[in-house]
Design a protein around this ligand. Structure first.
Ligand SMILES: [Zn+2]
Length: 82
């Protein structure tokens, strides 16, 4: 197991914990250890933030309409000017 292999499986390792081989690599490799610590920290912070970042659909609708009113959201233009 090298860093590339380890980091390829990183999301899974963060999510469900690593295999014995991955844990071994983690113990011997400072780079990946730092990476895992960082990602775990970010994941924790994200979990804390999710309740605030997910307003009800009604709120989203209101925001969307406000943005349209102000011309901040424009319909997507399909045709490209040449
Ligand atoms: Zn590594």
């Amino acid at each position: 197991m090298n860093c590339a292999e380890f980091q390829r499986d990183l999301p899974l390792i963060i999510d469900t914990g690593g295999t014995e081989e991955q844990e071994d690599h983690l113990r011997s490799c400072e780079v990946c250890r730092d990476l895992v610590n960082d990602l775990r920290y970010i994941a924790e912070q994200a979990k804390l933030l999710i309740p605030m970042l997910e307003p009800s659909p009604k709120v989203w609708k209101g925001i969307e309409e406000k943005l349209k009113d102000q011309g901040l959201v424009k319909p997507v233009q399909v045709r490209r000017t040449l």
